[in-house]
Design a protein around this ligand. Structure first.
Ligand SMILES: Cc1cc2nc3c(=O)[nH]c(=O)nc-3n(C[C@H](O)[C@H](O)[C@H](O)COP(=O)(O)OP(=O)(O)OC[C@H]3O[C@@H](n4cnc5c(N)ncnc54)[C@H](O)[C@@H]3O)c2cc1C
Length: 567
């Protein structure tokens, strides 16, 4: 099955207890129904019923407690495979419900990464008691510039401190069991992560900065007392745990986008396939078919890539840090593709997409958030570009990573170690995947890759270009496409899905590669020789009307009326 469908997904890749969590969660949303989903969304009602459901079923306690701290719950473990499933379900139904889960994951990151053992046991108990968590990193005036954090922790001696400062954009900070708060020691300037209790009288919940069902808080600490028992990490460890937590959390954004787009896809298709204009079904118009095929292939590519990236994430180790490329792609590339999917579907569903009783209205708004949260597209692109030289020109040798659906606790995620040395990370040779298939569009795409590599060697960006993010963005987009296609082909080889689908995916990949080349061509700084390469990279995919029709009939139209949320 290429797309998630709550009505027939059986989660056969999961153990019985995990399967039950997924099916119960689907049942929660379906029994609650679309009418309540939409009225709570419009009235910005905080989701107490959902949090109570999570508590009654021990869902966060089971999915978000590493086995080591899971006394009495044999099914508790941090298992990225099922975390992806849960993300997809929540994105499918409501991003605000996903958000309370997402920021709990972020809030738990610095705790599970900490060497403060007592607080980890307290946290495991808080999870059992049904608490949610929060991650207090961002500040109002500093954006991505974490070096500038102003939250201060002043030592008073004898393991006592006092915290002062404000945090902004902090999800769940209204109700969290613990708000993991990032700041600096006011005497040494060293970074520090400490646990904060929002019930304390010196904790001021200033406001919800958004008008939404979720709570994205501004909070202030004034003379808030902290002791050594509340300290999660200090110095380099605190810095690393901030970035390593984001490495874990950012993976979820791609999965939320996949969930959103999948639900919107069913709504768009059902609407168009049941609407008759001028004596024709809307789905008979050729441009509508093209939009659906594009939306479908982009969405399946988002899912295939993210599934394969999860294999690398779960298999990561100190000697295999390839996930540091694939995770920002799941964060940045996949949600950006999600925006494209929603744009395509919105042109089809048109006016109906604005109506108050459809999921689409939420999807159209919410999809915009994902590329911008947990670091913007630019911040993630700046990160990805560091990997480009080794990826293209200095591959390493690695044992093949198998599909990782096993019920393991992904312990390494809490021991990722220092966050530096990104430029030294190696990747396996992308040619292995690309040379493993012999299909027309994949072959054409390989020509585009070759030209890009040649351009990088013969017209290497000069010092000025290498420091100009505006120039690098499109180069980064082309590089990202190569790694995107590589993991999709790996998935094709593992899963043996339909070769028509792979070819149709590479149809849009070639068009995207060409569009990025045109953008790079048009940049102020691009040299003549680089422009000549860009022109050569622009190619038209090899069209095949029969293949297109097969995808349209058997993959897309076949999904008509297969899912509709309960009223
Ligand atoms: C709904 C919502 C929920 C949130 N939840 C949380 C939360 O729970 N906890 C938390 O800590 N934060 C949270 N945030 C904060 C959020 O993740 C970040 O602030 C956001 O990713 C960065 O947005 P910004 O406006 O601060 O961008 P800024 O950092 O101010 O960036 C401004 C512009 O400069 C660009 N830029 C900045 N730095 C670089 C760089 N190094 N390279 C290239 N370009 C750069 C950006 O791409 C952007 O275009 C939340 C934000 C929102 C809106």
């Amino acid at each position: 099955m290429t797309l998630f469908n709550p009505k027939n997904e059986n989660f056969d890749h999961l153990d019985p207890e995990s399967k039950e969590i997924m099916t119960k969660t689907i049942a929660f949303f379906e029994n609650r129904g679309k009418k309540k989903l939409k009225s709570d969304y419009h009235n910005r009602i905080w989701y107490d019923d959902f949090i109570e459901f999570l508590k009654q079923n021990q869902i966060f306690a089971t999915l978000l407690t590493p086995s080591k701290y899971a006394s009495g719950n044999k099914n508790a473990r941090w298992d990225t495979r099922r975390i992806c499933d849960f993300n997809e379900i929540l994105g499918f139904y409501n991003l605000s419900h996903w958000y309370t889960w997402q920021v709990s994951i972020l809030g738990l990151g610095p705790i599970w990464m900490s060497s403060n053992e007592p607080i980890k046991h307290t946290t495991a108990q808080l999870l059992k008691d049904g608490h949610i968590f929060a991650f207090g990193l961002s500040e109002k005036t500093h954006g991505a510039d974490l070096y500038a954090s102003d939250m201060s922790l002043t030592p008073l001696g004898d393991g006592h401190y006092v915290a002062d400062g404000g945090k902004y954009y902090i999800g769940n900070a209204n109700k969290a069991g613990i708000v993991s708060t990032f700041g600096k020691n006011s005497e040494t300037d060293a970074y520090v992560f400490f646990a904060v209790n929002p019930e304390h009288e010196n904790y001021d919940l200033v406001q919800n900065v958004v008008d939404w069902e979720g709570y994205v808080a501004e909070y202030a600490l004034s003379g808030y007392p902290v002791t050594d028992a509340d300290i999660l990490s200090t110095g380099q460890d605190a810095w690393d745990s901030a970035l390593n937590t984001i490495n874990v959390g950012k993976f979820n954004l791609g999965w939320a986008a996949i969930g959103i787009c999948t639900h919107a896809f069913y709504e768009g298709l059902n609407h168009a396939a049941n609407r008759n204009l001028y004596g024709k079904w809307v789905t008979e118009f050729p441009h509508i078919q093209q939009m659906f095929v594009d939306a479908y292939t982009r969405l399946t590519a988002m899912r295939l890539f993210s599934q394969r990236a999860a294999d690398y994430f779960r298999s990561a180790s100190k000697d295999d840090r390839r996930y540091l490329l694939y995770n920002p792609m799941v964060k940045m590339k996949v949600p950006s593709q999600g925006e494209t999917v929603i744009n395509l579907l919105w042109d089809v569903i048109a006016a109906r997409g604005f109506e108050k009783d459809v999921y689409f209205e939420m999807a159209a708004t919410d999809i915009r958030a994902l590329p911008k949260l947990e670091g913007t597209v630019h911040v993630n692109m700046a990160l990805i570009i560091k990997f480009m030289a080794n990826y293209f020109f200095n591959p390493g040798k690695f044992a093949e990573i198998p599909r990782r659906d096993d019920a393991a606790c992904d312990e390494f995620l809490f021991h990722q170690g220092p966050t530096k040395g990104l430029g030294k990370i190696q990747f396996h040779d992308f040619n292995i995947a690309y040379n493993s298939v012999d299909l027309p569009n994949v072959t054409l795409f390989k020509e585009q890759i070759k030209l890009l590599q040649e351009m990088l060697l013969k017209a290497t960006p000069d010092k000025h270009q290498a420091g100009n993010m505006d120039f690098l963005l499109y180069l980064g987009e082309m590089f990202t496409l190569v790694a995107y296609g590589q993991l999709i082909i790996e998935k094709y080889t593992m899963d043996h899905f339909d070769e028509d689908l792979l070819e149709q995916i590479f149809d849009f990949m070639i068009r995207d590669f060409s569009a990025y080349a045109l953008n790079l061509y048009s940049k102020t700084d691009t040299s003549d020789i680089q422009m000549a390469y860009c022109r050569k990279i622009i190619k038209k995919p090899i069209t095949n009307k029969e293949r297109f029709s097969r995808i349209w009939e058997t993959h897309v139209l076949a999904l008509k009326d297969t899912y509709e949320m309960n009223p």
